[in-house]
Design a protein around this ligand. Structure first.
Ligand code: AOF
Ligand code: ZN
Length: 384
């Protein structure tokens, strides 16, 4: 995990943590809206009082710091700026925030975490210090890092951060043998899934889930207006009766991508005419769609930084098998289905115990009457 302790200087206090917490809560409102840019929040405080605040709303638009200064009710001279991510120091789509900070006469800048974007990466902090501004870093750092983790993954690998969410029984079943899956987990767990969709850039399911549940995959709690929907359907099982499936026919059909075998693309021509994007991939000799290529293409063509996979078992198993999951969020209902032919949460290929991929538990929490276990690949960062 990136630690910026070496940057810490100046005085950090409870007061600093309180204002950084406020900046973080602003930034969280921007999750799922800013791709390929990070969600960032900023607060300007003078004599212990907030005089302005802002967040980054959209790529190409003003950065959080600029929105915060623009909202100020009085001069920011001598104020403290709280910002969840290191201020930028070069011109991108917008001018450098460090210029604006210096122009405003801010005397102190408190930063949540260092920007891993190689264009910045500590340079903004150095520049501010050279101009006599006191800079404190690493305040609420774990929370600040968690917020920009998908941005860091996307900027460093070109692929989205992958969260895998599954709702299952205690014996690891996501549906009965007939495909009935609604509902295994309770309402509070399902509400958390809506929150996950709001924060994601894209939600992904396998064709079996489309056929069994006909999900809308929309975010029903407000926000999520740019949420992409991805269906992985290597053999074009959803093509023939495409009009039946909500993701191909509803108002948001233009935000649906179907990933299929390259020789199956034509099967989706009617759905395509309805605005659905159809991506063809060369299947591997076992007929599996190359998921790494799909993630790369999503990162490159849609700028998706955070992908939420909601099953089913085949897709979850394939992502896991290929080491493509960054975080597992497994909701378990206190129930045992007790049927060896029911649908397993993970089912991809044949695996021996000796080859089993080990994970580490990051968090265990009760959600209503269900149990949430958050896991990460062993050796990865441990944010939750
Ligand atoms: C943002 N919003 O609030 C901050 C960012 O192309 P630009 O000019 O928008 O610059 C994007 C980069 O600026 C971004 O990759 C990140 O490293 C840095 N900081 N970006 O979009 C913000 N503070
Ligand atoms: Zn900036």
């Amino acid at each position: 995990m990136l630690s910026t302790n070496s940057f810490i200087n100046g005085k950090a206090s409870e007061e600093d943590r309180k204002w950084m917490w406020r900046a973080l809560s602003l930034a969280r409102l921007s999750e799922g809206c800013t791709r390929p840019n990070p969600p960032v929040g900023a607060v300007v405080v003078k004599n212990g009082v907030e005089i302005g605040s802002g967040r980054h709303l959209k790529a190409g638009g003003p950065h959080a710091e600029v929105n915060a200064f623009d909202s100020c009710r009085k001069s920011a001279v001598g104020s403290t700026l709280y910002v969840t991510l290191e201020p930028c120091s070069t011109t991108g789509r917008t001018p450098p925030c460090t210029d604006r900070i210096l122009r405003e006469g801010v005397s102190r800048v408190v930063v949540g975490c260092i920007d891993r974007n190689s264009r910045h990466c500590g340079k903004g902090i150095e520049l501010l210090r050279q101009h006599g501004v006191e800079v404190v870093t690493g305040i609420c750092e774990a929370d600040a890092l968690k917020l920009v983790e998908p941005f860091f993954k996307h900027i460093s690998t070109g692929m989205p951060f992958v969260t895998l969410k599954l709702g299952m029984t205690m014996d690891g079943r996501i549906a009965d043998r007939y495909g009935t899956s609604q509902w295994i987990t309770g309402e509070p767990a399902r509400r958390q899934v809506q929150q996950l969709r709001r924060r994601a850039d894209a939600v992904m399911v396998g064709s079996g889930t489309v056929l069994a549940d006909n999900p809308s995959l929309l975010c029903r709690i407000g926000g999520g207006d740019n949420l992409l929907r991805v269906a992985v359907d290597s053999r074009a099982k959803t093509a023939k009766q495409w009009r039946r499936w909500k993701i191909f026919t509803d108002q948001a059909a233009g935000r649906t991508i179907v990933a299929t075998g390259e020789d199956r693309v034509a099967d989706f021509s009617a759905a395509q005419a309805n605005g659905v994007r159809v991506w063809g991939f060369k299947l591997d000799p076992d007929g599996h769609l190359p998921l790494t290529d799909l993630l790369r293409r999503l990162g490159a063509e849609t700028n998706a930084m955070h992908l939420l996979c909601e099953g089913g078992g085949g897709l979850a198993g394939a992502l896991h098998h290929n080491g493509l999951v960054d975080e597992y969020r497994l909701f378990q209902a206190p129930a045992i289905l007790n049927d060896g032919r029911a649908m397993a949460a993970f089912s991809f290929g044949e695996h021996r115990l000796a080859d089993m991929r080990r994970l580490k538990i990051v968090k265990v929490q009760r959600v209503g009457s269900d149990l949430l276990t958050v896991l990460r690949p062993d050796g990865g960062p441990s944010a939750n």
